[in-house]
Every structure is written in C-alpha cells, then in structure tokens.
Design a protein around this ligand. Structure first.
Ligand code: SF4
Ligand code: SF4
Length: 148
C-alpha cells in the first residue's frame, strides 16, 4: 500500500508527510503550490517550493501544480483499497491528480465505466467542490450529481 496514504503510517510513523515530496526540474517557481496550500506549509525559496512540515496530505499542491512537478521520492503516487474501487470516490481521486488506482478485480469494470464518462477537467472541478464540503454524505451527493 502506498505509504503516503497508509493508515498504518498514520498510527506508527510521525515523520512529516512532506519529507516524501520531491520537486522535479519542471518546476518554474510559479508559486501556485504556495498559494493553494491551505496549511501554509509551502514557501517559495530560491524559486523552488520549500515544505515546512505542517503538511496535512490534502494534495492540493500536487493537483494544481501547472507543471506536475511535485511527486513522491522514488515512488509513483497511487491509492489502493476500498476507496480506489468506489466509482464515485475514484472520480474524485482522479480529480485530485491521482493517476494510479489499485482495487480488487470485481471493481475494475465499474470504476473503468465511471472514469470513461468523465473528463479530467470535470473530475478536477468535482474534486475542487468536494474539498470545500465537510461530510462524506455531502461529497457523495455532489459526485453523484456531477458524474455522468
Ligand atoms: S506550483 Fe509547481 S511549478 Fe509552481 S512553484 Fe510549485 S512546484 Fe514549482
Ligand atoms: S499536500 Fe496539501 S498540506 Fe501538504 S504541502 Fe501540499 S497543499 Fe500543503
């Protein structure tokens, strides 16, 4: 399971989440990541983002970086488990910038069908709206409304 999102990591590992982030040479120092981080965890220094160790894993910086320059050191960013196999949740995960989902075999056709009916732009729009909601029920209602 991806260590960034693993519940085991939440329980056992207290290292700052952002220690696993890396910035590729594609970074142009635009500052979008700094402006979208609601936890004031990013400061642009010497034209590159520096992480201040208050990361809450919201993934906004990864989602909104126009250069897709933020990643995880030596690891692909992926989500595994029940959430990845839930068609509505999968659409929101794609909207958040996740491009690798791992799920049990029976869920693959349902998720494939759901994702084939939604553009990346629409998924991103849905993720942005979901980010402002407070409960799972609200997010599910939104996803059901926007998904094709
Ligand atoms: S948003 Fe992306 S390109 Fe812009 S400063 Fe941050 S990492 Fe670099
Ligand atoms: S994942 Fe969220 S909290 Fe962490 S640095 Fe990026 S925008 Fe900030």
């Amino acid at each position: 399971m991806n260590r960034l999102l693993s519940p085991n990591r939440i329980m056992k590992d207290t290292r700052p989440w952002d220690e696993e982030f890396c910035i590729s040479d594609n970074c142009i120092g635009c500052g979008v990541c700094e402006s979208v981080c609601q936890f004031s965890n990013i400061k642009i220094q010497n034209n590159k983002p520096a992480f201040l160790h208050y990361c809450q894993r919201c993934m906004a910086c990864i989602q909104y970086c126009p250069q897709k320059a933020i990643g995880l050191k030596g690891k692909p960013l992926s989500v595994c488990g029940e959430m990845a196999g839930d068609p509505l949740a999968a659409a929101i995960l794609v909207g958040l910038g996740i491009r690798s989902l791992s799920m049990s075999e029976p869920n693959i056709p349902r998720v494939k069908y759901a994702l084939s009916g939604i553009s990346a732009a629409k998924a991103a729009e849905m993720a942005e709206k979901a980010r402002k909601l407070r409960t799972e029920a609200e997010i599910r209602k939104l996803a059901a409304t926007l998904a094709v």
